[in-house]
Design a protein around this ligand. Sequence first.
Ligand code: AHN
Ligand code: ZN
Length: 336
Amino acid sequence: MNYSLMKCLWKGWLFSLSLMVIGFSCTQEEAQKPEVQPARTVSVPSFNQDSAYAFVAAQVAFGPRVPNTAAHRQCRDWLAAKLESYGAQVVLQDFTATAYTGQQLQCTNIIGSFNPKATKRILLAAHWDTRFISDQEHDISKQKLPVLGADDGASGVAVLLEIARQLSLHPLDIGVDIIFFDAEDQGEDSGMSAETWCLGSQYWARNPHVAGYKPKYGILLDMVGAKGARFAKEAASMSFAPWLVNKVWKLAQQMGYGQFFVDAATSGVTDDHFFVATIARIPMIDIINKPADSPTGFGTHWHTQADNLDIISKRTLKAVGQVITAVTYRENNGTF
Ligand code: AHN
Ligand code: ZN
């Protein structure tokens, strides 16, 4: 046998060996084909500040959303219809709560679920009711008037409605639950009466819409629409989920929103996240406007007649909305 024939035979043998390897690896691949498709990567959509602002204006147009009023019922129906129109599965959780005044309040938590069957889920929440009195109003004659709640109520809901709209346009694999809690803001302002606040989240935490509901974490948005808002690391959030606070704030700063998401600590707030974390045992944080030098701890418009459309800033809505959109889409992509 000459040398070139040997080379030829050798090449032929190598060739059939490689075919075998390819064939083998194909059957291997076939056998190991995963049942579940890998999560698709979806880039982070642009949060539309004009749309979010319009959602604030639409809520304010109903008037104050105080339980037992027509405006409250009309806004409830509108919110449920909006979530449904964006493809969410909506649950209206009706309950009766007793206010600290003794009044019985007809209330509804509004829950919109995207991908209700997905096991990996996150919870995004805000309260949709507005306060029945303006007890921080400087003008005493106006203290009995209800709060319009452009910031305190409508802003967080508006940001989440815009995220719901983005979810309809750019669907995800993970589950996202948006909850609009009722009766957050009907509590007693003086004394140590934490449990007179957040009646909707307390009810939901004891009666979740799905038995054994366990999202990875929750994020609450409260008063996220005012001009010059300052979101500091709130103490209760830091005790429930410091890792989440630090991750959200770091991402916000990387995105260029460091003027809003400041690296400072601030005192704890009795808000919906407190009851979700302590009763339902879901790690949850609060993004809430807490100015550095404020006698009430909140904005000067807080629980006054000044909480109207004039104090709403599209820049603030955009900062919070774009950060929470990024958290949501990055969570889906495994890059958060
Ligand atoms: C208390 O004043 C006890 N909590 C503030 C929570 C709140 C009221 N958020 C909006 N309005
Ligand atoms: Zn309030």
